[in-house]
Design a protein around this ligand. Sequence first.
Ligand code: ZN
Length: 97
Amino acid sequence: MLKNRQENMEPSYSRVEAYCPNKCTNRYGDLLKTFVTTAHVAQEWIVNAHGHWEETKDDCSDVTHGPDIGNDWTCTKCGETAKFRGSTTSHRKILTD
Ligand SMILES: [Zn+2]
């Protein structure tokens, strides 16, 4: 279930491309294209009558907000803040749909 939801988020940034300004490469010499950023997820909890956590029912039952270029994306290799190229206007439009 979670996998499908993550796939559904992908078109959100299909028109923009993040890149490391230091042009980091992977072990094959290709430009590294993985970044660290924040996604907001929701968990389903079992709570007691006062709303205190008792048990986590589902580790990640929903993605409430996928990766956003408004947040920092950092290179997984050097930690540098990524830059973006492509149509950020389209990206914003999709995010608000
Ligand atoms: Zn880098």
